[in-house]
Design a protein around this ligand. Sequence first.
Ligand code: FAD
Length: 380
Amino acid sequence: MSVSDEHGGFTKDNPFFAPLSINTNLSGEGSGKETRHFEISLEGIDAEYDPGDSLGVIPENCENVVAELLNASGFTGNETVNVSEEKQKSLREALVSNYACTGITKILLKKYNVFAQSAELERLLAIENKEQLQEYLWGRELVDLLEDFPAPELSANDLIGFLRAMPPRLYSIASSLKAHPDEVHLTVAVVTYESHGRSRKGVCSTYLAERVDGLIPCYFHPNKNFKLPEDPDVPIIMVGPGTGIAPFRAFVEERIATGAKGRNWLFFGDRSAKDDFLYGDEWTKYKADGILANLDLAWSRDQRDKVYVQHKMLGKSKQLWDWLQDGALFYVCGDANRMAKDVDQALKDITAKEGGMDEESAAAYVKAMQKEKRYLRDVY
Ligand SMILES: Cc1cc2nc3c(=O)[nH]c(=O)nc-3n(C[C@H](O)[C@H](O)[C@H](O)COP(=O)(O)OP(=O)(O)OC[C@H]3O[C@@H](n4cnc5c(N)ncnc54)[C@H](O)[C@@H]3O)c2cc1C
């Protein structure tokens, strides 16, 4: 049985608790982003992972967000609530640790309006007002709902009664256990933004960045569909812009640790070479040492025209096709909305051009690559 089949028996309902040992900013001063590197110690924890797996993290809410919620709903926070049949807590503690207190959905609005009894909210929830509802939901959180549609009769138990349990967040693991025994590393983009006159914070990314106090509840989430080839001689092509770089750091570390001889090709991209080259020193050294046969970098804001990883792929069309003909596996990790689609299209274009196929045959070829697990994706 592989280690990740076992993963210690830990799950989101039965996590292990581990300390954060390193928390550093990978982004340079001039970067408009904050991408952080975290190291969590697994010392004394009987759980292991494989490259390609993710770590599930169960975060806590920000105390200020909870204070704003209490203020908006007229509670002190000292009210006692039932978080389960047997367990009671103060409302403040329950909101910090047990419930999702930020994002709102149509279902939540419906449940809330049982207490708020607002005609305006009822109107927003009507089927014909779908677009207005979307407009209301965009960028708004629970605190806005409580302020916009007060529910004076709401009790503290009513409030937690319509909230969802705190969902864990997954992070692609950025380390190999063979290179870092007893450690798991993550590469996390810290989510912060302004909307409707308020500063907002992504719950888990800012928890890891700012609020870990003691041990982090976490568990391994195996991903059988995103693994290194069993044959160490098989070449691999990795496309991982932004935080999509994480599993490829794990892959390359694993290949070094196991002495795998297969060639490695990395495409990385972000805004600027100066401030956003995540783990730049490591990649530069791997290239100089010949561990990376190819390193192609796309900086979208370092010149007038935007350059992305798919443009770099198209620029190396013939070589990329040759690698695929040599049996290379093609991996993509990161943004599902735009990047993964653009990379998919570039792969089809390369197949059509270099393989001499029409559009339809190229699409079928790429689909077959996926089916045969020669084209693997970890996109979110
Ligand atoms: C398999 C997998 C692997 C992943 N790996 C990684 C990884 O390696 N690194 C990484 O950083 N993330 C990764 N993620 C994403 C990660 O799980 C979280 O979704 C991410 O960190 C945000 O979580 P959060 O709790 O900080 O934000 P949340 O509290 O969940 O808030 C995020 C939400 O805020 C809203 N929002 C964000 N920005 C804006 C804006 N500008 N305007 C309006 N609304 C906005 C959106 O509704 C968004 O969904 C991965 C996800 C999956 C499924």
